[in-house]
Design a protein around this ligand. Structure first.
Ligand SMILES: [Zn+2]
Length: 512
């Protein structure tokens, strides 16, 4: 790292932290930030998809492992925006308890007249005493399920896809909805609820600010048939993809939190490679986009971000990363697929100091802080949002160091953020105060932690946390508990400044 970059980095960290650090605290960063990845962006036409099925015909005990294994046969009617789904779930009891039921989180059921459950079967036999209350579906088992034993549950249901709403307040939920030119299937099917060893099955209360999901890891296989498909329809989705028939697409994603798809007859694609991962952008060719290079910039940003975060946090978990221009505000993260709003493409100014860069880098960071390391997004949203927001700073620090002070002012300082970083989404009724407290103050907190610990300890901590909690659901105790006792003590003033419950490990025996 050149001296100028170090200086700019220090300036930005100072801006972020909101206080002037003593110079001797900074030390010389030991981590070098080399030049940006100059990935070759290729192809504007979608390569032919393999026609060999990626969906296994069945799932034996040996093939499935311990995490839930989902197979969905879905039929989408493009004209009526309805989906008929048969969903087969193989669930292995990884808890220490014998279970009388399996609980699902059914996000599409948060609104009425969307999710219509037609049939539940357990081991081939019908289950009639199931209960769906809000988004919580309880499926009583015909026989108690002992630890390590497995059960198959089949759900048949119809989904009526909602229209994406205008405005941010409801429009930002457009990852599940349709517009005139796009159908988005995100959080669209029942997922086995997370299980807490003490509290049992977890059923997050839906909330209109932020996300409230708490998702266990699973393997996902989707076979999607589209009836009345428009000419030129393309389907974006995570994982391996195949197209065994003209109107059938198959997706296979192992070790995801969910699987999301996006469909449009107006999609164009750009592809590149970063760190051995295929990065694909699906974008809508919109004449309102001011700068035609916007898609290329978004793809380059995603590829650069993937390379950087792989280096800083740990390997990217999938073979592909799909970025989709979403016909709804803001952006949204899913396993192996992220949405970036059409607005950020449309309004892009042509230079990297813009929302298109910020949001793309942010959503890609969620592949580590959400997809790889899960969390209770409702009650501890800073575990993914603060890290994703601070990752934006790391992105600028690496690739556009001269813009790091701009990022600090534009993204953080301009909002004069206040509030507790460890607030829950339920503490807020609108997005701005939530973002200020959890995202922006959260990024400031991480900048202060880096200043306190130094680069080497700070990044080693994040890497260890990522490796340790990969595939699991992390809590604040997991996050802070991954620090050494000395580091935890040294960072107490930072927690005092930002958290309403600063002594996260108070009850832990890790700190003597
Ligand atoms: Zn985010």
């Amino acid at each position: 790292m050149r001296f100028r970059d170090v200086f700019l980095g220090i300036v930005a960290l100072w801006l972020l932290s909101g206080c002037a650090p003593e110079p001797q605290m900074l030390g010389a960063p030991t981590r070098t930030f080399p030049t940006r990845v100059l990935a070759a962006i290729t192809s504007t036409s979608l390569p032919a998809l393999p026609t060999t099925s990626v969906v296994p015909s069945g799932c034996g005990d040996a093939a499935c492992g311990d995490i839930p294994h989902y197979e969905l046969d879905a039929s989408l009617d493009w004209e009526t925006h309805t989906l008929q789904v048969e969903q087969r779930v193989r669930y292995t009891n990884t808890t220490a308890h014998t279970l009388a039921s399996v609980v699902f989180d059914v996000e599409p059921a948060r609104e009425p007249n969307i999710f219509a459950l037609a049939e539940v079967r357990n081991g081939g036999r019908p289950v009639r005493n199931y209960a769906l209350e809000s988004t919580r579906l309880v499926v009583p088992l015909l026989q108690p399920l002992d630890p390590a034993a497995s059960v198959q549950i089949v759900l048949r249901y119809t989904l009526t896809i909602p229209q994406i709403q205008n405005g941010y307040h409801y429009g930002h939920l457009g990852y599940w909805g349709y517009s005139a030119r796009q159908v988005n299937l995100g959080m669209w099917f029942p997922l086995v609820a997370a299980y807490d060893p003490v509290a049992g099955w977890q059923s997050p209360t839906p909330h209109h600010v932020g996300e409230h999901f708490e998702l266990a890891e699973g393997d996902f296989f989707v076979r999607l048939r589209v009836r009345n498909a428009p000419a030129g329809l393309r389907v974006a989705g995570a994982g391996q993809v195949a197209r065994p028939e003209r109107d059938v697409w198959e997706f296979s994603l192992e070790g995801g939190r969910e699987i999301a798809l996006s469909l449009s007859p107006d999609f164009h694609t750009l592809t590149t490679t970063a760190d051995g991962v295929r990065v694909m952008l699906y974008y809508l060719d919109d004449p309102a986009v001011k700068i035609p290079e916007a898609p290329r910039h978004a793809l380059q940003t995603a590829a650069d971000a993937l390379a950087l975060y792989s280096e800083l946090y740990g390997p990217y978990p999938y073979t592909r990363l799909v970025v989709v221009m979403g016909d709804f505000p803001d952006g949204m993260e899913f396993s192996g697929l992220v949405f970036v709003s059409e607005a950020w493409f449309r309004l892009w100014s042509g230079t990297p100091d813009d929302w298109l860069t910020i949001i793309t880098a942010h959503e890609v960071a969620h592949q580590w802080w959400y997809a790889l390391v899960g969390n209770d997004q409702g009650h501890a949203p800073y575990l993914d949002e603060a890290l994703a927001t601070y990752s934006e700073a790391l992105f600028f620090e690496r690739y556009y160091p001269e813009l790091l002070p701009w990022w600090g002012n534009f993204r953080i300082i301009a909002y004069e953020p206040s509030g507790n970083v460890d607030a829950t989404v339920y503490d807020f009724q609108s997005a701005r105060p939530y973002i200020n407290a959890v995202y922006l103050r959260g990024a400031q907190m991480l900048a202060d932690l880096r200043l306190t610990l130094g680069d080497e300890v700070f990044f080693a901590w994040l890497q260890a946390y990522c490796a340790h909690m990969s595939g699991r659901i992390a809590t604040p105790r997991d996050f802070w508990g991954q620090m050494s006792p000395d580091a935890y003590r040294a960072t107490a003033p930072v927690r005092e400044q930002y958290l309403r419950q600063p002594d996260v490990l108070a009850a832990s025996d890790r700190i003597p």
